[in-house]
Unconditional design. Sequence first.
Lengths: 527, 680
Amino acid sequence: MLFSDSHILSTILFTPLVGAILMLFIPRTNANAHRLMGNLFGLLGLAVSLPLLWRFKFGAPDFQFQQRLDWIPSINAHYFLGIDGISFLMVMLTTVLGAIAILSSWSAIHKREKEYYILLLLLQTGMLGVFMSLDFVLFYVFWEVMLVPMYFLIGVWGSERRLYAAIKFFLYTLAGSVVMLLAILMIYFKVNTFDIREILMSPHAMFARDLQNWLFWGFFFAFAIKVPMFPFHTWLPDAHTEAPTAGSVILAGVLLKMGTYGFLRFSVPMFPDATMKFRWIMITLSLIGIIYGALVCMMQKDMKKLIAYSSVSHMGFCTLGIFALTPLGLSGSIIQQVNHGISTGALFLIVGVLYERRHTRLISEFGGLATPMPNFAAVYLIVTLSSLGMPLLNGFIGEFTILRGAFEVRWQWAAWGVIGVVLGAAYLLWLYQRVMFGNVTNPANEQLPDLNWREWTTIGTLILFAFWIGIYPKPLFDVLDKPVQQIVMRYDPSYYAPRNATLPLLDAAPAMASAPAAATPAPPETK
Amino acid sequence: MNAVLPFFLDHIWLIPMFPLAGAALMFFIGRRLSNAAASAICVGSVGVSFVFALGAFFQLLGMPEGQRVAEKILFEWVPAGPYHMTSGSVTSFVADWGFLLDPLSAVMILVVTGVGLLIHIYSTGYMANEGGFYRFFGYLNLFMFSMLMLVLANNLLLLFVGWEGVGTCSYLLIGFWFKKKAASDAGKKAFIVNRVGDAGFLLGIFLTSALLGTIRFTEIGPALVTAHIAIGAPLITAIALLFFWGATGKSAQIPLYVWLPDAMEGPTPVSALIHAATMVTAGVYMVTRSNAIFQLSPLAMSVVAIVGAATAIFAASIGVVQNDIKKVLAYSTISQLGYMFLGCGVGAFTAGIFHLMTHAFFKGLLFLAAGSVIHAMSGEQDMTKMGALAKKIPTTYRTMLVATLAIAGIPPLAGFFSKDEILEKAFERSPALWVVGWITAGMTAFYMFRLLFMTFHGESHVDHDVEHHIHESPSAMTIPLTILAVLSIIGGWIGIGGRFEKFLEPVTASMGAPEIAAEAGKAPALLLMAASVLLALGGIWLAWMLYIKRTDLAAAVRRNAGALYDLVAHKYYIDEIYDAMFLNRSKDLGSSLGMFDAKIIDGLGVNGAAWLTRAISLVSMWWDTWIVDGSVRLGAFLVELASFPIRLIQDGEMQEYMLIIVIGLIGFLGYTVYLLHWMR
């Protein structure tokens, strides 16, 4: 194996951290130096992740770029990184959105720049670690570590009710993850390993049915709070609303994906019996989330809160797709997770543009902005269309595929889901109308400057991604093909072969079985 | 099939791309262009599309009959992965960037690019003095792209791209004057009502792929045959009804027609292009495109026919009492679309498409002429403030007269042929449907001539200020009017002798399923023709009586009709009912759920948990202070208490200590002596 293959993930993971450490040595009075360093390492973090694009092998059955070192031998915990198609997309999403979020802060942050950029870079490392870890202890460390910078980002650089929001965010998420820690320990005492890959690659179910039920719910709270699924969503509007723009972008774009990623990586493949048993609950909560979130959007007076609730609705689609447990549902869900990062991230940048100019997010403060800000109007319109699922933009691909995947199991699921699509158009267009159309009634809005080059860069980049996914999503489907197949096979090993055919299951079973169990070191005795 | 295609057939995919390029140019550099440059680019791009469409049409015509299909697949668009069909077998979901030209789409691209080109030219005159000129043309070009995608797509999902795209452009163009609340409201309403329809269409696409394993048009027909789907199978009826649900949104049929009258807030060329000639006919196109599915479901066919007929007469009745010139035309459009669906529903798909084409000519012309009137009247749209304009704007008048005669169904104009064909087929299916269509034809003649008389004839009711500004429109506007007028006259002649029907036959011939209309008898064609022409003439006569000869009669009729007139004039209060039933209810629901979220989930649940935690911690603190720590302090207190008497003697006086020692010593000694004594 090439040196760079085994170290590329570590490089991506720690580049932001190196930046943060270097910044400790720059005097705090030199704010511009911190801005430059922050942006430099944001871009560097993106740059070092780019080789993944051509080195990642589509369709390989195992995790790639693995790196495994002893970490805490006494409990058999390892420093173990590796990515498959799902985490590959999440890592790329993180590095891209991270760089954009950092760039978007340039003129928005005017106090404690040093700490701000250090925390953003720390956050970046934390999130990347979550998506790369193949060891439960390592995973849990990153999962918790990432809370801290986010807590400070909201609590220090947020708006009026920032302390309430920050504490609520921290405690709520922490409460969920503590239960997950118990579940992780339970796994450890059962199978004597923290090795995620080993458990995933095991050809047979590792856990008895009863235990699966416990473990499923143990993980459920951590992930459901993170996604967030109805009714665990109320931390989100507060955190989103109070966080600075970059915080909201990262929060919506990446942090929420950690919940769905958790379902995809742990709950669904590791506890298939429990997942099937409780699927109806998951689906019901998802459908409620889709419609409930959309309806609550209608009555919001605060732009950011409205977008936060729209996240509840959009993430409902993602969980719906996951628990449909069909290839289309799963790949649609993952693509929609990427899409949500792009569209909602862009929507928060849009609000950030207005907030930076007017220092308010109340819808009633705006109106008629299309006149002073024509470029902004065009850009905002495209973002709105992308978020409401207009074909040839990204949102449509995800929503369509998810609903098609859900339709395959029960047509009613898709039927309830499309209500969310209709409502999505309603609240987003209504918001757009109230902000952009009409005459300028508020004199403060008359002379608002149009987009500057930095805003063009950040939002424009996301729009390019939106068009790319809308017009040519094939690479995404290709990269997801294998991991999705591996998940589906856990539930129906004959899915990919015709049901009524007597042919041997083509390349179906080997995907699971080919991972040689012997290749992973045998778990040492703990006693 | 992809082997060697002639140039234009091989490049049909370019036809939508020219307007897309125009729109992109307007987006990026439009603001820096002069009006002349912007219109040159945008009109030019549609012109090139028209040339390519013509080329493709003639090359298609050059192919042997029965093989006139050209499919061009560029690349895979949504290769979503494997799924299980309803039959249980596995197949892959794939949607391509693929384009299909057959007789049906050939007719459509000619109508779209042809009428579209004329309306683009007209707009250069109509919009000349409006702000946002480049923006208007950018949207218009984007619309052309979407509409051409819609008719050229080779699969349902790509058709849906165009379907949603035209909806978006319609939203943008209705709300073009975005400072006007009514305009942006109307745009939003159009979009959302359309989305309600799209939801059905989307589910229909899901079901099609589940049942047939394909969404490609060229494969749907064969798949229906190989799947052995029986006539009237529930799933096929479900697909057809879901598709038709989608069509009622886009093509403004009952119950989703409500957005179209409001859409008249948009600039008049938009009404002509989108809300008369092209976009609103997308539903008819889609139903015809999937006629193989519809023909397998007699129930769905009946629904289409009945909804079409009901919409036709219902909208016509509203059109009779409208005073806004564009509103009359809007209801007329809804009514004429109803005719097209009536045609499709009785199995006369070619007649539906035929009427779609002629309607594009004369209704496009009617809107453009109305625009010319509005232009002359400095923006006035109320017909009660018009009158006697015929002499002042003669070209507009003459072209509008032609279009009015055409829509009224007077031979030998275009509308006569297409409407007659639909009515004839309707009679074969069910005389009741014919009666509805026949009465509607009379009403159409009446309200259209009412419009003509109120606008151009009789006494002038024009405001004095407006009066001396009245002028004929520039040639950029009158030339398209004239061309469309010619088309409105001769456009129907291609249907004579069944040539049009024969051309479309490969698309609409039923795929292996016996024709539904076969059992019906043959209609007495000439008799029906005479009946409808007579009724049309009667309608014209009535309009003449009421609005020219005895103008007092109209007022008298209005007075005597009382409540009925009110009901119709208020459009049967449908908008109010919808608002009360759906719009306000979902807003209420949103508000109450918002309250629920804030008060119950967050208030009681999350903050409640926080409160509970704090309450418990208070109790714990109390417990800790008074019970836990209290018992510690109690212990200390008890020790202290117990030590009190002993402490009394510990006062630091040496003499006392000595005394106590001596006393103790004596006591000890005494005790020892006593013990020794006792032991003995």
